[in-house]
Ligand binder design. Structure first.
Ligand code: PRP
Ligand code: 7HP
Length: 189
């Protein structure tokens, strides 16, 4: 596999700039703050991809909220395809019973990961459960999920950056971009 030491050199197109992400995150934060004023809000984010979005979003919500983190991995898929088989690597640290929970994701693709998580979290008796995602790829959806807050709808392209990875790399880019095809498919020998 060709992978340059310069992460930026592997990006073909910048889909969302740092500034566009910042502006939209502030809008989402204001909307969430208005919707949850006076309620017991807990943000639950799903590592690792949601880490930058969660960190930025929570600072745009001026409410006395709590946060919790889960980590899941889907297995049986490939680096670019999720399988829908989900394993919990890190569970919630505290009870969410009676809390208004907002699940914070970086991307919804097939929806299989979130479908699993929503069922799992509903079993913990939250007062309410909603979904907030930075990115939504509706063209790839395999399960119907009501998504309450969406940062950006994006086309059916594999994207990296701002938390999103390919083979665990590129998460530290400040923008969301599309990888050059050479990174996926090495040239024939
Ligand atoms: C990514 C992303 C979502 C999921 C979306 O996680 O963070 O959780 O895939 O795909 P789906 O809608 O097709 O299920 P990934 O399993 O790559 O783990 P990561 O967050 O550690 O990158
Ligand atoms: C998961 C995922 N991770 C990174 N980039 C994408 O486009 C993705 N879709 N689903």
């Amino acid at each position: 596999m060709i992978r340059s030491d310069d992460l930026h050199a592997d990006i073909g197109e910048i889909l969302l700039t740092e500034e566009a992400i910042r502006t939209r995150t502030a809008e989402l934060g204001a909307q969430v703050a208005a919707d949850y004023a006076g309620r017991a809000l807990t943000l639950v984010s799903v590592l690792k991809g949601s880490l930058p979005f969660m960190a930025d979003l929570m600072r745009e919500i001026p409410l006395p909220l709590r946060i919790d983190l889960m980590e899941v991995s889907s297995y049986g898929g490939t680096a670019t395809e999720s399988s829908g088989l989900v394993r919990i690597i890190k569970d919630l640290s505290a009870s969410i019973a009676g809390e208004d929970v907002l699940l914070v994701e970086d991307i919804i693709d097939t929806g299989l990961t979130l479908n699993y998580l929503v069922r799992y979290l509903r079993g913990k008796s939250p007062a309410s459960l909603r979904i907030c995602t930075l990115l939504d790829k509706p063209a790839r959806r395999l399960v119907d999920l009501p998504v309450d807050y969406v940062g950006f709808e994006i086309p059916d392209q594999f994207v990296v950056g701002y938390g999103l990875d390919y083979g665990e790399r590129y998460r530290n880019l400040r923008f969301v971009g599309v990888l050059r095809p050479e990174v996926y498919a090495p040239p024939a020998e």
